[in-house]
Design a protein around this ligand. Structure first.
Ligand code: ADP
Length: 422
């Protein structure tokens, strides 16, 4: 048997998924982060990683041919020449770097993805002013460092993690403006996600009962891993995540970037994964309904009939995609007589925003939408799928698999070369 292991370090926990050649899941393990003591974060990650590996039944471990790891995007750390962290890692949402933004604005191209308080490059620049920086040799992303623990080679990353470090994913090089910053630390060598790096360290393989020839591959980020888990592989296929917010990702042959709307593209082999995130989504539904009410009231809605209620459901003012208006007010009036009508209006309005989002991506040059897979808490809502299908005018499906760890296991198995090939 040939098995493939994907490990997901997400925001709330770590997971391991082992799949076979037919992409059937053979094992799933979880490590919730409420088990972390948050005293020594990097040590806790290491512990989580090895606890997950040890949790895989021994007979399966012996069959694992390749491993890949995804981390949260822009979670980063500095380490010394031996790979020991020199300070606490910075998490994806750490915005302390906002104080160096002006310095970065002076060198980075206008509207570049690195120009955000939480980008990897902003974090690196901020960390370069800390006393601990003198001990640093390598700058790594979470996924890079965790993979290093398994394969032992320092300074390797993938072009998904490296996008927000400023790496030019089109030319596959660090741009001159970034080199001009002359930050005295080694930036990772960047390779395609899923590329085999080298075999698992022999001491780890022997101790845990993995094969000596088990390969460790370059990883990816958590949200791309969740995309990889869906069945979308062709230009025009998309994944909508109906979670607390509404996130759209559309596979395209053309790269689309527009900072006004927070739209950017990740490289996926020869294709581009274009996308944007709206502030509307399930968090607004949760303000008015319990999960049980969402299920029971939805069943009373006729999804084939259009609701005339035209809302813009937001928790607070401000929207970026598909409308760039930092002052846009939530619109949740008029309130109809019944809860069923109100929910119908909300689901219909969020679906309209989704349709407008895909229209905008296509207007900016992305491939024509052909099919939408759905992930997130709202994915199971059948009536919403009917409403969305009516507005999107393409088949709308529920992703069979939406777990990032599953997507990363697929990455370990087949890399990204299968994208764009029917
Ligand atoms: P997060 O983005 O926080 O990870 P999830 O993917 O877990 O979110 O999705 C949670 C959201 O799913 C909630 O905000 C909730 O409103 C929404 N949700 C849950 N059940 C339903 C349902 N039956 N219909 C529509 N939305 C739902």
């Amino acid at each position: 048997m040939s098995l493939y292991l994907g490990i997901d370090f997400g925001t709330s926990g770590a997971r391991a998924t082992v799949i076979d050649k037919e992409t059937c899941t053979q094992f799933e393990g979880r490590y919730p982060f409420d088990m972390l003591k948050a005293f020594d974060l990097a040590h806790d990650w290491k512990n989580a990683l090895f606890t997950l590996l040890e949790g895989i039944p021994r007979e399966l471990r012996q069959e694992v041919r390749a491993i890949a790891i995804n981390g949260t995007s822009s979670t980063v750390l500095l380490c010394d020449s031996e790979g020991q962290p020199v300070d606490t890692p910075l998490l994806y949402n750490d915005a302390r770097g906002s104080v160096v933004m002006n310095e970065l604005k002076a060198v980075a191209p206008p509207n570049h993805t690195v120009l955000s308080a939480t980008s990897s490059l902003t974090k690196l620049l901020w960390m370069s002013q800390l006393p601990s920086f003198t001990e640093a040799t390598y700058f790594l992303h979470q996924a890079d460092w965790l993979a290093f623990l398994l394969h032992g080679q320092l300074g390797i990353s993938d072009y998904h993690n490296a996008l927000k470090l400023g790496y030019d994913v089109e030319k596959l090089e660090y741009p001159d403006w970034l080199k001009q910053l002359q930050i005295p630390v080694r930036l990772p060598k960047v390779i395609a996600p899923g590329t085999p790096i080298v075999e698992l360290r022999a001491d780890i393989a022997d101790k845990l009962g993995f094969r000596r020839d088990c390969l460790v591959c370059a990883g990816t980020t958590d949200s791309i891993a969740a995309f990889l888990a869906s069945d979308a592989t062709l230009p025009g296929e998309a994944v909508t995540s109906l979670g607390s917010t509404l996130v759209l990702k559309l596979l395209s042959r053309t790269r689309v970037d527009d900072a006004r709307y927070g739209i950017y593209s990740h490289r996926l082999g020869d294709l581009w994964l274009t996308g944007g995130a709206s502030n509307t989504g399930g968090a607004v539904l949760k303000q008015f309904f319990t999960t049980e009410e969402l299920e029971s009231l939805s069943q009373e809605i006729d999804g084939l009939k259009a609701s005339q209620l035209d809302y813009y459901p937001l928790l607070k003012p401000g929207e970026r995609f598909p409308m760039n208006d930092p002052n846009l007010s939530p619109r949740l009036e008029p309130r109809p007589d019944t809860q069923v009508e109100f929910l119908h209006g909300l689901l219909e309005s969020i679906a309209r925003i989704e349709a407008r989002g895909y229209e905008l991506l296509q207007d900016l040059g992305a491939d024509k939408l052909t099919r939408v897979y759905t992930a997130g808490g709202g994915a199971g809502n059948r009536v919403w799928r009917i409403i969305r299908g009516r507005l999107l005018q393409v088949p709308v499906e529920c992703s069979v698999n939406a777990e990032a760890a599953f997507g990363t296991a697929l990455l370990a198995m087949r890399g990204i070369s299968s994208f764009g090939k029917p």
